[in-house]
Design a protein around this ligand. Structure first.
Ligand SMILES: C[S@@+](CC[C@H](N)C(=O)[O-])C[C@H]1O[C@@H](n2cnc3c(N)ncnc32)[C@H](O)[C@@H]1O
Length: 232
């Protein structure tokens, strides 16, 4: 009988995220081909192009708050605004880079009322969703102006899919090891990649809930980058 990939459950992923806060910065670096910092900044700037004076911002699955931190570095204004950092891994929030309020919650059940935030944003996280549509429904529900996110998808081209599969399974964990990390800490990324749907599948869901203003695929189409207005 052929061996099949054993897929990680949601609970296992939560445990991974709780256990790897120190290592995962490097994980983002490896999977984004060293572009994660730049892409977060691009995301913030693109969001601000469509929403110039946000007052309340939500960072979804924000981890230690890298995206919020970037937002604060780029959006320096005299007017007051607030950022709320949310994540379901307590250890991530405990290590937060920003002082702002933190909320422990899962992105498929956000404990906020409709249209509460001007900006709802997320980076390098939505691919962990069991059901991406539940998450997109939630983030568009709590946003009243704009949503913007970047996360791992899967190329529609099978050649790129195979290439990335080999890279994430066999090469990236060992590059991580060479850089001093534990290779097993990075294997979960391959499992996530295996279970995420293709970019075209994602895009159909995005279009259902979002009036898309910017849609791009980056890093050999491993990532989708989306900014738009919530519909309805
Ligand atoms: C790779 S980190 C990204 C963190 C940060 N946004 C960044 O740009 O570096 C992924 C984060 O998603 C969080 N996460 C995964 N599944 C989640 C869920 N169901 N609800 C909330 N957070 C989740 C993890 O705890 C982790 O902090």
């Amino acid at each position: 009988m052929a061996n099949k990939v054993v897929k990680a459950t949601n609970e296992e992923l939560q445990q991974v995220y709780n256990n790897i806060p120190k290592a995962y910065d490097r994980a983002n670096r490896f999977i984004s081909f060293n572009q994660d910092v730049r892409w977060r900044a691009d995301l913030v700037k693109t969001i601000l192009k469509f929403c110039e004076r946000p007052k309340l911002v939500l960072d979804v699955a924000g981890g230690k708050g890298e995206l919020s931190y970037t937002f604060k570095k780029i959006f320096k204004v005299n007017a007051k605004y607030e950022i709320i950092l949310s994540d379901y891994a307590e250890n991530m929030l405990k290590m937060a880079l920003i002082e702002e309020d933190k909320v422990l919650c899962s992105f498929d059940a956000l404990p906020f009322r409709e249209k509460m935030f001007d900006v709802v944003m997320s980076s390098f996280a939505l691919h962990a969703a069991d059901n991406i549509e539940d998450v997109i429904r939630e983030i568009t529900r709590v946003s009243r102006k704009i949503v913007g996110f970047i996360a791992m998808g899967k190329p529609d081209s099978w050649i790129k899919r195979v290439y990335l599969s080999v890279y994430l399974r066999y090469i990236m964990p060992y590059i991580a090891a060479l850089a001093g990390a534990k290779s097993r800490d990075f294997k979960y990324i391959y499992y996530i990649y295996e279970r995420v749907p293709t970019n075209s599948f994602h895009k159909k869901i995005f279009e259902k809930y979002i009036d898309i203003k910017v849609y791009e695929e980056r890093g050999l189409n491993l990532f989708y980058f989306v900014v738009g207005f919530p519909k309805g």
